[in-house]
Structure formats: structure tokens, C-alpha cells
Design a protein around this ligand. Structure first.
Ligand code: GDP
Ligand code: IMO
Ligand code: MG
Length: 429
């Protein structure tokens, strides 16, 4: 049995990471977010009640779980406090078992303004960001001008840093985009107010994590977004601004790669994407609409309709390689219930050549044509099943085919949004 495990999205996000992390948290001691920010929307359904988490790790619904927001996360103080208060309203108490890294770069109002202003100015070439200020906040981190969580402890120092960075942002906003500036006193006062609430949660999370590691605690790393949105390996520039792949764990939590024993990749039984960028197996028109309706494919963060398409084996094969996956979890199998036939993209065709994995050159990738196999569907429902033996034979055949094409064993199958709608083939902890 492994001690430490990572759960990584291996498509374009929204694979069902939240559901699976919550499910596995029953046996975990610590759950860690290591990248992304409140662009994430992780949905957890327990006893008919739905919780959407954006920043807080999906272990929070289990009272025994410690939850850590690592240094690789860009942290919006207002979004975090809102999420804490929302959980408290539902009798879940994050304070006392939620720790935030002192090194987290903060997302402040000017990041959000710039993100949204820039997207608007781009018009039809917009990325389709979540508008949460993620890109600008990571830009500040790399440019070494970010205001970090630790800076909230020293009011004078914070005031000075904010002044410098806001001057810079307001110059860009007003002079380049001809947009309104962001107000200094308002930003200062509001952030200091939030700081009072958040300061007790801010610690050296790397040190804490290693204490847990030495104490043999079971640690789970929860990915946000998905492999194809990775800043280096994804469909650049239609990506997010962090490393969403397993490598991000080391840098985003201060936990060396040798310590993570299992890396589970989460994929839907089909494919979705929110925002712009190439998507070879996308279904347009009625077929896409029907998958969207059946799968309730609307963004957990922005409510935008998700683009839907068939399972794309080259994408998942690529993700298996990049993340050194040890296992697969296939979610939303039930959404395919009742389909007469189901297509699987096994490879791409590009200028007469057969490709095994996506090209990172956007133009090449956009020109790839999916090569499909068609598999028989099943008429008995899989929805809610927990026992592999009860799956219809055609569903088993479909899953076996995916496993073969990707070359990684399936360890969990999800058959519905609820915690209990889960088939376990290999215990993780
Ligand atoms: P995440 O971002 O990877 O955590 O995924 P999201 O929560 O954004 O999107 C996944 C959606 O699918 C959520 O609404 C989940 O409740 C839902 N979901 C997860 N697993 C299953 C499943 O096996 N079947 C069905 N029908 N819905 C699922
Ligand atoms: P979870 O964790 C799906 C997408 C946006 C956009 C691109 C850049 O729920 O899987 P950003 O705001 O990050 O600068 O947007 O990335 N995106 C996601 N798509 N799921 C997510 O998170 C996403 N987070 C960002 O739609 O295309
Ligand atoms: Mg999501």
C-alpha cells in the first residue's frame, strides 16, 4: 500500500479530480494543493449535497483531514475567505486544519482587472481565461515583484510594495489599455482587513509537510486544471499559467519527486474543454449538445458550457508519459450509458503520418485529424454501480480498450457524481 499519492488531471481540466480526491481522502491524513488558484472548480457531492471548492483542497469535507495550500498556488485572500465562510455556513470548519504557505503569491484586485481587460482587448483571439487574475499573478511571481502571503504580516512593508506594484499596473491599465486604474487606498484597506482573518492560517507549509512525511502520514496531492493546460507541455498559449503536471508537486509544495509513490491520472470516459484552443475530437452541433446535457458539462467556476468530444487516446497517452502515471481513474462512465456506439480516437493523422501523441506546435496540433475506432455501447445503465462485475460487458470492453491504448492500468472507475458512485479496482491507501 502506498503512502503518498498524486491525483492529476490528464485532459483539459474538470475530469472529476474533486470527486476522486474527496473519495480517497477518507483514508488520507493530509491533502495538498500545489498549483493553480481559484480558476479551479472542484465539485464534491456527499449525501445529495454539492460543494464547489476553488482553493481549499477537496479533503476538507473529511473532518480528520489536514489541508494544505502550497507555495505554488496563487492565492486570492478574498476568494479564500469567501470559501471558508461558505463552508462554515454548512458546518464544516476549515480553520485549525487548513494551512497556507507563507510563500503563496497573492492575487489582488489589479490582477483580476488586468486579466479581464486583456481578454476583452484580445477580442476573438482571447484565451477564454476564467478572469480570476491567474495569469498576471504568476507573471508577478516570475518577475519577482509578487506580494506574498508573508507580506501581510508587516503593514508598512505591504503598503510600500503595494504602492510600487500598483503604480506599475495602473500605468499599463491606463496608458496601454485605456482602462480605469485600480484604487490604492481601497485595495490597501480591504487586503489588510482580509489579512486579519487569514494570518492565523499562514505558516511554513513545506516544514509542516515534511513533519507529516516523517510521521508516516498519508499525503495526497490534488492537481488543478489538467495536463493539456500545463504552461510548458500543454496547448500553448491556450493554457493556464502553472505547471499542472506531476512535476509541479516538487516545486509547488517543496516535496521532492522521490517521495511521491503513486501518480493517478484522472480522465473522463470522453473529453471536454472550457475556453479556446484546438480540440481534435470535439463534437459540434447536436452530438456535442447531447453529451453536454447528459454530462451536465457546465464550468464549476464560470458556468460556461464545456466543449465536448470523444475520448482522445493520444492526449491521455501523452499525459501518462509526462506525469509518469502509475494508474488511471476513468470518470463519468455513466454519461455514455445508452449510446448505441461510442468512438475512441486512437491516433491522429497529420499530413499522411500517424501520430501517437499530440504535437506541442499549435498549428500542427490544430491540423491533426483524429483516427477513430467505433465501439458498441451498452443498454444497461452503469450509473451508481460500485462493483466491477456488475458493469455491462460492453462497458468493460470499452474500458479495457482505453487501458490498452494508454498503457496504464485502470484503478478506479467513477459511475456518478456522488462519493459512493465509485468502483475501486485497486486500493490506494
Ligand atoms: P474537477 O475540476 O476535475 O474537480 O471536476 P469538476 O468538478 O469541475 O467537474 C466534474 C463534474 O462531473 C462535476 O459536476 C462532478 O460532480 C461530476 N462528476 C464527477 N464524476 C462523475 C461521474 O462519474 N459521473 C457523473 N455523471 N458526474 C460526475
Ligand atoms: P479545474 O481544476 C478547466 C482554463 C480556462 C482557459 C485557460 C486559462 O476545475 O479542472 P486561466 O483562468 O487559468 O488563466 O485560464 O485554462 N482553465 C480550466 N479549464 N478546468 C479548470 O480547472 C480550469 N482552470 C483554468 O478555461 O481556457
Ligand atoms: Mg473543475
Amino acid at each position: 500500500m502506498s503512502k503518498n499519492i498524486a491525483v492529476i488531471g490528464i485532459q483539459w481540466g474538470d475530469e472529476g479530480k474533486g470527486k476522486i480526491v474527496d473519495f480517497l481522502s477518507e483514508k488520507a491524513d493530509v491533502v495538498v494543493r500545489f498549483q493553480g488558484g481559484n480558476n479551479a472548480g472542484h465539485t464534491v457531492v456527499v449525501n445529495g449535497k454539492t460543494t464547489k471548492l476553488h482553493l481549499i483542497p477537496s479533503g476538507i469535507l473529511h473532518e480528520h483531514c489536514i489541508n494544505i495550500i502550497g507555495n505554488g498556488v496563487v492565492l486570492s485572500p478574498s476568494a479564500l475567505l469567501e470559501e471558508i465562510i461558505e463552508l462554515e455556513k454548512h458546518n464544516i470548519a476549515p480553520r485549525g486544519r487548513l494551512y497556507i504557505s507563507q510563500n503563496c503569491p497573492l492575487i489582488l484586485p489589479y490582477h483580476i482587472t488586468l486579466d479581464q481587460t486583456r481578454e476583452k482587448a484580445k477580442g476573438s483571439s482571447a484565451i477564454g481565461t476564467t478572469g480570476r487574475g491567474i495569469g498576471p499573478a504568476y507573471e508577478d511571481k516570475v518577475a519577482r515583484r509578487a506580494i506574498r502571503a508573508v507580506d501581510l504580516f508587516d503593514e508598512n512593508n505591504f503598503a510600500e510594495k503595494l504602492k510600487t506594484v500598483l503604480d506599475y499596473y495602473n500605468f499599463i491599465l491606463t496608458q496601454f489599455y485605456h482602462a480605469d486604474p485600480v484604487d490604492y487606498p481601497k485595495t490597501f484597506d480591504e487586503t489588510m482587513r482580509l489579512a486579519e482573518e487569514l494570518k492565523p492560517l499562514i505558516v511554513n507549509t513545506t516544514e509542516k509537510l515534511h513533519e507529516f512525511y516523517r510521521a508516516q502520514k498519508k499525503i495526497m496531492f490534488e492537481g488543478a486544471q489538467g495536463t493539456m493546460l500545463d504552461i510548458d507541455h500543454g496547448t500553448y498559449p491556450f493554457v493556464t499559467s502553472s505547471n499542472t503536471t506531476a512535476g509541479g508537486i516538487s516545486t509547488g509544495a517543496g516535496f521532492g519527486p522521490r517521495y511521491v509513490e503513486e501518480i493517478m491520472g484522472i480522465s473522463k470516459a470522453y473529453t471536454t474543454r472550457v475556453g479556446a484552443g484546438p480540440f481534435p475530437t470535439e463534437l459540434l452541433g447536436k452530438d456535442g449538445d447531447s453529451l453536454r446535457q447528459k454530462g451536465a458539462e457546465f464550468g464549476a467556476t464560470t458556468g460556461r458550457p464545456r466543449r465536448c468530444g470523444w475520448f482522445d487516446a493520444p492526449v491521455v497517452r501523452y499525459a501518462a508519459m509526462l506525469n509518469s502515471l502509475t494508474g488511471l481513474c476513468i470518470t463519468k462512465l455513466d454519461v455514455l450509458d445508452g449510446m448505441k456506439t461510442i468512438k475512441i480516437c486512437t491516433h491522429y493523422e497529420y499530413r499522411g503520418k500517424k501520430l501517437e501523441i499530440p504535437s506541442t506546435d499549435l498549428n500542427t496540433f490544430a491540423a491533426c485529424k483524429p483516427i477513430y475506432e467505433e465501439w458498441p455501447g451498452w443498454d444497461k445503465p452503469t450509473a451508481g454501480l460500485q462493483d466491477y462485475d456488475r458493469l455491462p460487458q460492453a462497458a468493460k470492453n470499452y474500458l479495457k480498450r482505453l487501458e490498452k491504448l494508454v498503457g496504464v492500468p485502470i484503478q478506479i472507475i467513477s459511475t456518478g457524481p456522488a462519493r459512493t458512485d465509485t468502483v475501486v479496482l485497486k486500493q490506494q491507501f
